[in-house]
Design a protein around this ligand. Sequence first.
Ligand code: NAD
Length: 507
Amino acid sequence: MSFTELRQHDRDRWHALAGQAVEKPETRHFIDGDWVDSLGGERFETINPATGEVIASVSAGMEKDVDRAVAAAKSAFRAGSWAKMAPRQRMKVLYRFAELVEANAAELAVLESVDMGKPIADAITTDLPLVCETIRFMAECIDKVDGAVTNTASDVLHMVLREPLGVVGAITPWNFPMLMAAWKFAPALAAGNSVVLKPAEQSPLTSPRLAQLFVEAGGPPGVFNVVQGVGEVTGKALALHMDVAKISFTGSTEVGKLMLQYAGQSNMKRVGLECGGKSPQLFLSDLPNMAAAVKAAYGGVFRNMGEVCTAGSRLLVERPIYDEFIERFTAESQRAYIPGDPLDPATTMGPLVTHADQQRVLGMIETGKSEGARLVFGGNTPDALANGAYVNPTLFADVDNRMTIARQEIFGPVAGVIPFDSVDEALSIANDTIYGLAASLWTKDLDKAFKLVRGIEAGVIWVNTYEEADFTQPFGGYKQSGNTRDKCMDSYRSYTQTKSAWMRLSE
Ligand code: NAD
């Protein structure tokens, strides 16, 4: 069934599909093309955050399970059945893989939704189509990204060969479980590597199904493996592994720093990091369209429950439009984002990923109040959804950039408005953060726009828009938001290494 057809399903249909999918979901590791339990039988529970009910108990990988997956990946890489497959053939397998993901989109979407609370409409219109596009784009890179023959003296031939790294370990977060995984496994596989993926323990159900679909598409067993488990055990064992050539990590800045330590403590593996953010959205008083700006502002911070690395949670608003902006944001965002059943296609906001996260976000809201920010709306939980991990969309005004809610990533539907009086002041507030993932600015004035585009320390900048994206373009952070770029051809290249080959020719 196509994505367009899936968009016609109503709430009852999605509930029926979810019922089937969670009846007996696959909960084991996927290693060497097979479903396997942990060697010691360890398990952990995954919970539906919309209801608080346990969905399933999932295999928890220990060090020996990680060893087993890495050994399978290494042996598949050495055998060369994937790494040395003809480029066209590898492309065919990946295209078929993308087709199978699309064909299984309904099941994958409901699993994602019950596992981490994602609105089903988002899974069908955003996450899954983008997973397929990412796989297809990276497949396209296979015969587009070449090595080189360089200019040398006539008796010497020099070639730059571009080769895969070996075993890539991917460690991913729970906010876009399949998409963040695809940003890693798609370029890594396309470049000929083997992959061991460890999904977040909050959202374990979809990633191993993707690995299974890769094998169904003709990918050799052992090339794409998934080991389930908690970060401090399974993720750590993978990042410390001596046979892993690269760790590709998306998650918090705090854990990203650990990845660098693990690399230093083990084999100096490459470390690609996509980490947290505290992105500013700047609204200058000469903005071209207040309605569009306000819509982008609340979409930029409340989408996916605010659990987005690029969430534009710092709203910097120039003083002449400050009151009007807050008034319109308050009225319009509360109509657009109403917490509800994530399996209802009309729902735009589901629960947070866990009840612990709900309490953490409510704690941040209390901190905001106690540090003197003015609560404009929200700050509480919806009464009608008491069993779920919901938090109502929340807006603070009169926020000072030194407050905790302006400095720490909240990862929930909480925005803070900070007033400013000049472009220079806005620039200095925007950059006063350890993060540098994304930013937006709204103005009609080209000079101001360019000054801010050049001045803001962030890897992605939007002018008079928000969340514009394409998988052909680089995505990643400045400062402590990360050290790599996903999505583009550079990402593909980052899963390869160059070999400089010199050949002296006979006279
Ligand atoms: P997290 O850092 O807690 O966990 C991420 C992954 O790391 C999980 O798989 C987890 O099990 C694992 N992990 C945790 N501790 C570990 C350890 N000691 N050793 C090895 N692995 C460990 O992050 P999260 O809560 O899952 O995700 C939210 C974070 O991800 C936010 O900070 C968000 O900004 C960030 N994120 C960034 C991007 C980006 O592209 N920059 C995209 C999505 C999410």
